[in-house]
Design a protein around this ligand. Sequence first.
Ligand SMILES: [Zn+2]
Length: 344
Amino acid sequence: MDPLTHSFLGMATALVVARRDTPKGQVALAGLAAGLLPDTDVFLRNAADPLFFIEYHRHFTHSLAFSPVIAALAAGIAWLIYRVIARRSISLIPLLIPAWLAGLSHIFCDLWTSYGTRVWWPFSDARVSLDWVAVVDPLLTLPLLVLTVQALTTPSVKKYAAVGLVWVSLYLGLAIIQQHRAIAAVQQWLAQSGNASGSPVQITVKPSIANTIVWRALVRDPDGVRVLAVRTGLGAVEILTPSPTHYPAFTNPAAAAAAFGLQPDSAQAKDIGRFFHFSDDWVGVHPQHPEVLGDLRYASLPDDIRPLWGIRLQPGHPEARVEWQQFTEMEPGAVKRLWGMIWK
Ligand SMILES: [Zn+2]
């Protein structure tokens, strides 16, 4: 999730579990460092490899196996800052458990989004995503922020920090219920209208930007991928796009490489395989850029097929590396349209 959520969740977690006799400033600093350190992986780059940075974000720094290292580093940073700036000698040991749990809060926080987190590294290369909450969600973050600030500025440290964690837990519970309502609605829609042939279908449902009311559903069958916006309001769940069209998509990297005339052992075919793993196999051709394979999990609107990012191929140069592409420009009125879907 965003750095703000990681910061305050890390601090609140550390403050709740720390011993009462450990000064809260030291605990909060260790929690803040542990909450932010895993995302320093965004600085890992390799100029010769266009997919290196997407593979190594949420990689080993976000694994359970690496979490003790994050804890030691975070406690060490808090120790060093107090030593150098405040010229105070503090004990490292009481900070280790709060920093470790704050670091775990970062991993859990990323798991509940859709991006994919390599939590089981080095034992598995699976990119785990629970699809509960969007990468940015102000309704989750702002109350946590206010309560953590209260914990830091009043004597009721543990009370406010604990209420902050309870708020996050309740919000996640609500998000899980909403996700299940959306999945059930898509399955019902599919049973009624979308899969008359009985062909195999794969479904995934993800939150749209910054809310848990409108969801993005991807439905894949042998004819391609369909995208549905699903509204889970107070009343009955509603499919906002009841007649979506099929878009071309690929079920595996070999099929995608073959469609572009690439040999399986070419550099670009290997990059396609890596992009499929990153995208959890939800890959299709960008409708406006026929040489771009897009990550269909993300779009600016929940019923839009146009991806936010993808890889540009050069089929005439199979040994050239793919080019990473971002499509962050939103169409005019997109925010207003999403707002209209939420408050429909
Ligand atoms: Zn992260």
